[in-house]
Structure formats: structure tokens, C-alpha cells
Write a protein of this length. Structure first.
Length: 127
């Protein structure tokens, strides 16, 4: 059984933020992670979150582009709180009831795209 965790919620928030800017590649999503003052999720955690989201229809995958489904966008918007950490925690609470028997196993998000996203994140943070 698979459940959602704080890291999954953090990644879902990043997909929303990237999409709001019209950016939906994996690197742009990683660069859009809200700064929570903690270690960024590693590629493997992002991949698992992606597969869980895809399995229950929270994201729409179109080649290397990823966007939120209408349901997920509503969930993330409704959870919005000014504090990034509280916002992500609220998203996590919204995802808590979902229990997955399985998840997808897709390979759209690559390690190279993840590294580019980390570089973008660091550059954004330093500005």
C-alpha cells in the first residue's frame, strides 16, 4: 500500500507553482519547489511522487511536460496559506485519505532534468 507524505505534497505544490508560470518541465518544477529551509527531495523521491500522482490522476503527463489535473489544481489552490511550510502541510493533509494499491512506473522525469532543476533552484535562491 502506498500513501502520500510531506515530500509528495511539496512536489505537488511545485508542479502548481511551475504551471502558474507556464513552466511544466521537470527541471522547472524542481526549480519551483517552495523554499522550506530543508534538504530538497532527491530524484528517486520525485519519481515516486510522480508515479503516485499519475496513478490517481492528479497530474497530466504529455511527453516531458507535466501539469496538474483540474482536481489537483483545486486541491492545491484551496489549501493555499501564505506560509510555504503550512501550505505544504495542508496539502499533505488533503492527500492523507488516499491509499494506493499500486502506482504507475513511467520514466518521463530523468536524472539529468533533475540536476538542471537543482541548478535553477540554487540560482533562484541566491538572487
Amino acid at each position: 500500500m502506498y500513501i502520500f507524505n510531506f515530500t509528495d505534497a511539496w512536489i505537488l505544490a511545485a508542479i502548481y507553482l511551475a504551471g502558474a508560470k507556464g513552466e511544466n518541465s521537470y527541471a522547472q518544477i524542481i526549480a519551483s519547489l517552495p523554499n522550506l529551509g530543508r534538504s530538497l527531495p532527491v530524484h528517486a523521491e520525485c519519481k515516486v511522487a510522480y508515479d503516485k500522482f499519475l496513478y490517481i490522476g492528479l497530474i497530466v503527463a504529455d511527453g516531458d511536460k507535466t501539469s496538474l489535473s483540474a482536481v489537483a489544481e483545486s486541491l492545491v489552490k484551496d489549501a493555499y496559506i501564505e506560509s510555504a511550510a503550512l501550505w505544504v502541510a495542508t496539502i499533505e493533509k488533503q492527500l492523507a485519505p488516499y491509499k494506493l494499491k499500486s502506482m504507475c512506473n513511467r520514466f518521463e522525469w530523468t536524472e539529468e532534468q533533475y540536476r538542471c532543476g537543482i541548478e535553477f533552484f540554487i540560482t533562484k535562491k541566491e538572487m
